[in-house]
Design a protein around this ligand. Structure first.
Ligand code: CA
Length: 231
């Protein structure tokens, strides 16, 4: 069952959202302030987090930023003020979606379902792959378990990092621009910043490259993008 965390200080709103989501088959937990929400978000596995912007203790901006450091979970930010949306965008916090309040429960459920289905599409596509793994030199990607090994030692990648690495490794010697990677991994309707691509590449290199500043797997093609080196 898909698990959702609602971080929302207005209890009646949180409970209404929970009821609708539960009717639609989701398991829901609620945190009524920012601190409790952040604790739950970083210490548990959720499929999606609905994050209110204005919260007691810690507001939604730092929560989003902090959760992103630890988890690769979909985050939908909710605010009463339309102008906050520009701020969310400008800060490049890595939220996947945003909504303004008041929002109808039907719309909320529809958005939650679309996010989760998109995630399932990404993962199920990989399960139908004919090969169980991709091995290139010392790097091994196991497709079903989505694990990565370097010299038989496991490298722990987030979901998005794995998706980026897999896309590149499945298409060796093909140059992907940042825009193309962003569209393929984060999706056209996703809410985010192109700069997140470079951040993910850097993190992947730190995890799989012997010398991240002199990468042997993911090569930077200056002014163009990235490519996975097969030879
Ligand atoms: Ca609030």
């Amino acid at each position: 069952m898909r698990k959702i965390l609602i971080i929302e200080d207005e209890k009646s709103i949180a409970e209404l959202q929970r009821d609708y989501l539960e009717i639609n088959g989701f398991k829901v937990e609620i945190a009524n302030d920012g601190k409790a929400g952040l604790d739950l978000a970083v210490n548990n596995e959720y499929d999606l987090i609905i994050l209110d912007l204005m919260l007691p203790e810690i507001d939604g901006f730092p929560i989003c930023k902090e959760v992103r450091k630890h988890k690769d979970v979909s985050i939908m930010m909710v605010s009463t003020r339309v102008e906050d949306i520009d701020k969310i965008r400008g800060l490049g916090l890595g939220a996947d979606d945003y909504m303004t309040k008041p929002l109808s429960p039907q719309e909320l459920v529809a958005r939650v379902k679309s996010h989760i289905q998109r995630y399932e599409r990404l993962t199920s596509k990989k399960e139908t792959n004919e090969e169980d793994y991709i091995k290139i030199r010392d790097l091994r990607l196991e497709l079903k378990s989505r694990r990565v090994y370097v010299n038989a030692k496991e490298a722990i990648l987030t979901n998005k990092e794995f998706d980026v690495l897999l896309l590149l490794a499945e298409n060796p010697n093909v140059v992907f621009s940042k825009d193309k990677l962003f569209d393929r991994i984060w999706g056209y309707d996703s809410f985010g910043e192109i700069s997140t691509v470079a951040v993910h590449i850097r993190r992947i290199r730190e995890k799989i490259e012997a010398d991240p500043s002199n990468p042997e797997y993911i090569e930077t093609i200056w002014g163009v993008g990235y490519r996975f080196m097969k030879v």
